[in-house]
Design a protein around this ligand. Sequence first.
Ligand code: C2E
Ligand code: CA
Ligand code: CA
Ligand code: CA
Length: 281
Amino acid sequence: VAKQLKNGAVIYSPEIDKSSQQNLSLLSDMRAALEHKQFRLYVQPKLSLHTGQIVAAEALVRWIHPERNFIFPDQFIPFAEQTGFIRQLTHWVMNAAAAASRDWQRAGLNIKLSVNISTRDLLDQELPSKFSGILQQHQVAASSFCLEITESAIMDDPVRAHQTLDRLHAMGMELSIDDFGTGYSSLAYLKRLPVDELKIDKSFVLKMEKNADDTKIVKSTIDLGHNMGLRVVAEGVENAEVISLLTELGCDHAQGYHIAKPMPASDLPAWLVEWNQHQTI
Ligand code: C2E
Ligand code: CA
Ligand code: CA
Ligand code: CA
């Protein structure tokens, strides 16, 4: 399942290799990666378009392979979801996120951290108590965290997802609908969930300055979110024009390469100092 490229990068390709034997080898590689501490917590800052301050960040996992190659999540998260390994990985990510949040708080920073949650996590009845244990262990407040969930993860088993989300929200964690606009969930259903934030998928944002239809979709989503009392975040912001458009449309937060690429969580405090000195937006 692993393919070595000329530049040394290792690629896991789900399209080419589908045999269960090979999935098994990826599974054992992922288990070993957890044991040998090959996963790294990266974070990407989110900018408030109202205040111009960095107010939040998204936790994104990276896998540093033995040959010190970088493996992006799109190459292993789908396998992790299929095999159920995602539950262990999510536990690792939440733990690393809690540790990072505690470090930032000690450095005097107030940054809300979002963690991505999958279908399998939502089906885990123990998830809320696991998370609550992690928060206690690191002495961080639930309100410092937001959980990003895709529409499709919720619609897989809406009843159980709703139960889990209610419990997480009751603990004080915020909830965000990720990749909004790409799924099939009904708004009538989403309205009943204890959601705090809508995240507009980057496919609508990436070229919105050149595409009138994308701009209309983004505008309608912002209005819809606000009418439902939600914060609206745009991801995939790659240039200054998009930032001004989003600001004009009243979008709340922006995330994307134009602000910063994902970076190791431990680099964030120094990056913020730099950002506050030479804000270029
Ligand atoms: P996502 O949750 O939609 O995360 C946003 C992705 O967009 C990230 O890719 C991020 O690096 C990328 N991105 C951010 N700004 C820009 C931009 O300006 N332009 C473009 N083209 N891309 C941008 P990444 O880190 O490769 O993650 C891919 C996906 O893997 C994530 O999509 C998420 O679904 C999943 N993922 C990543 N980390 C985790 C995790 O810890 N747990 C779970 N369950 N899934 C994760
Ligand atoms: Ca996300
Ligand atoms: Ca997203
Ligand atoms: Ca996505």
